[in-house]
Ligand binder design. Structure first.
Ligand code: URP
Ligand code: ZN
Ligand code: ZN
Length: 468
């Protein structure tokens, strides 16, 4: 017997859309089908709405130290903003302490999330110091429920930067350990040189953030990471792909039959290098890495999403206040903490610019926000699909709901939003987390601590492009 039946909606999966009721029993989906029995169950009429699996955001940075400060959103406010957009699961980056172990990073992040997370969550480990002991520790990560590590080819001069020798060895270890390597692909050496030259010339304003990280710097590192993964014989996930040149390296890998997953993010569709060049210090509000690009890149990114060269759409939510945080770089763009908020806007931005314009289908929307995220981030079976037995994470999506973004109607903890003044169409009317209402009509209903830690597992796929 079901506890709740959502009736009259249209279920959207990664493959098809069809009229169906969705029955929930406890925390799980009990049935999906026409005219399901409702005897005794709460009946929720969702006529006119689309029913989709709760969105998964495989790329957030909550309560994370970065650039001499700590992200503005913690696990309470960050997950509140995520669920307001329809996201019911995040996979966040636990940062290894330079002197610490990977297990300690996971434990520290579980401590940050514990009692605060309003939605379910998994954890990656971002490596800052790949010592011999850490290399030996990587195979133990799946036992902790962690199936992914992130390696940074950028940020030279900080502990995040990893040289090729170590990246390659990490890839080899990951292959044996059944761990997926996520790579931040920008050439850190070249960026450091260009930054030093810019500062020496007195070019200190935010627009130099973009000009010292040109597209070819990302494309070169993307190709290098892909080739190193090929030599190591293991899959790779290139995160936050921002431009056509980098995507072209992913496309070439797919043409060779290599398993390379790739993610892009809403900021590369909503903003551009012109925002970095805004008057005064306003450009600091748009500093993220890879940087915002010339809009001519967007057609290629849309094509990548359409054909499956880009399989996932993550937010890279990494929020810093303008006052006191972005301002750290007033006299030196290299001191501006990198990152933008976007967890709340991610689905609506993709619906507005992708589905409503006919660039992608609503099935593709579900694929890149939920189904593919679950497969790549090791959550398939439990998350990312509206099927019996899966967690009852359900988005009741109103395709026509329009929101004019203001600072006041955001649910996070940042003192500005780069999306201010933008109109987004398509929004959740309601969101369920494991069968319990977590959001409705602008109001966050899930409580801090409602979110559970998710054990994730990555299985080496058969050779080939794998997930599309
Ligand atoms: O600018 C960004 N993306 N900040 C977050 C850290 C990262 O590289 O993902
Ligand atoms: Zn990154
Ligand atoms: Zn990131």
């Amino acid at each position: 017997m079901s506890d709740m039946v959502l009736t009259g909606g249209t279920v959207v999966t990664a493959d098809a859309s069809f009229r169906a009721d969705v029955a929930v029993e406890g925390e799980r989906i009990a049935a999906v089908g026409l005219d399901l029995p409702t005897n005794g169950a709460e009946v929720v009429d969702v006529s006119g709405a689309l029913l989709m699996p709760g969105f998964i955001d495989g790329h957030t940075h909550l309560d994370m130290p970065f650039g001499g400060t700590v992200t503005a959103d913690d696990w309470d406010t960050g997950t509140a903003s995520a669920v307001a957009g329809g996201t019911t699961t995040v996979v966040d980056f636990s940062l290894q302490d330079v002197e610490g172990t990977l297990a300690e990073a996971v434990e520290t992040w579980q401590g940050k999330a514990d009692g605060k997370a309003r939605i379910d969550y998994g954890l990656h480990v971002a490596i800052t110091n790949l010592t011999d002991a850490v290399k030996q520790e990587i195979p133990s990560l799946p036992g902790l429920g962690v199936s992914t590590i992130k390696i940074f080819m950028a940020y030279k001069g900080t502990p995040l930067f990893t040289a090729d020798e170590d990246l390659f060895e990490a890839l080899q270890i990951a292959r044996e350990a059944e761990v997926l390597v996520l790579v931040h692909a920008e050439n850190g050496d070249v960026i450091a040189k260009l930054q030093a030259q810019a500062l020496a010339r007195g070019d200190v304003s935010p627009r130099w953030h973009g000009l010292t990280r040109p597209e070819t710097v990302e494309a070169e590192a993307t190709n290098r990471a892909i080739r190193l993964a090929s030599i190591a014989g293991t899959p790779l996930l290139v995160v936050h792909v921002s431009c056509a040149a980098a995507l072209d390296e992913v496309r070439r890998a797919h043409a060779r039959g290599q398993t390379v997953y790739a993610e892009t993010c809403p900021q590369y569709f909503c903003f551009s290098d012109a925002d970095l060049a805004r008057d005064g210090f306003e450009g600091a509000k748009y500093v993220c890495s890879p940087p915002l690009r010339d809009p001519s890149n967007r057609d290629a990114l849309w094509h990548g999403l359409q054909v499956g060269d880009l399989q996932i759409f993550g937010s890279d939510h990494c929020s810093f206040n303008y006052a006191g945080q972005k301002e750290l770089g007033r006299d030196d763009f290299t001191a501006i903490p990198n990152g933008l908020p976007g967890a709340e806007e991610r689905p609506a931005a993709l619906w507005t610019h992708g589905v409503r314009t006919g660039r992608i289908t609503e099935q593709r929307f579900v694929a890149v926000l939920a189904a593919n995220q679950a497969r790549i981030h090791g959550l398939a079976g439990r998350k990312g699909a509206l099927v019996p037995g899966a967690d009852a994470d359900i988005v009741v999506w109103d395709p026509d709901r329009t929101i004019d973004v203001t600072q006041a109607n955001r649910h996070g903890n940042v003192d500005y939003t780069p999306y201010v003044g933008i109109t987004l169409t398509g929004a959740p009317a309601a969101v369920y987390l494991r069968g319990t209402e977590a959001y409705r009509d602008g109001e966050i209903l899930s409580q801090p601590g409602s979110g559970q830690f998710l054990q994730r597992a990555f299985r080496q796929p058969a050779p080939g492009p794998a997930v599309r």
